[in-house]
Design a protein. Structure first.
Length: 89
C-alpha cells in the first residue's frame, strides 16, 4: 500500500533532502517541507533539490526566500496530520 510521507527540512538540510530522494525508491508519495530558514548554498543541497525536481516531488516552504510553493506554518501544520509518516530533520 502506498504511503504518504512528509520530510521536514530544518537544520540538517543536505541529509534531509538525501533522505527524501531515497524515500522515492518505494514509490510512496513524498513531499518536502523546507521550514523557516533559507536553503544553504551547498552542492549537496543543490544536487538533491535537482533530483527531487526531476522526480516530480512537491517542495513547500514557509520562507519566501526559497523559490518553492509557499505555505504558512499553520497551513503546513494542518497538512502534516494527513501523512502516514513525518520525518523531521
Amino acid at each position: 500500500m502506498k504511503k504518504r510521507i512528509a520530510v521536514l527540512v530544518r537544520d540538517r538540510q543536505a541529509e534531509a533532502l538525501r533522505m527524501a530522494v531515497g524515500l522515492t525508491l518505494k514509490d510512496d508519495e513524498v513531499n518536502v517541507y523546507i521550514m523557516d530558514s533559507k536553503l544553504k548554498d551547498d552542492p549537496a543541497v543543490a544536487i538533491n533539490i535537482e533530483v527531487l525536481g526531476d522526480l516530480g516531488i512537491r517542495i513547500f516552504t514557509n520562507n519566501i526566500e526559497n523559490n518553492f510553493a509557499f505555505m504558512t506554518t499553520e497551513a503546513i501544520a494542518k497538512a502534516l496530520v494527513t501523512y502516514d509518516a513525518v520525518l523531521p530533520y
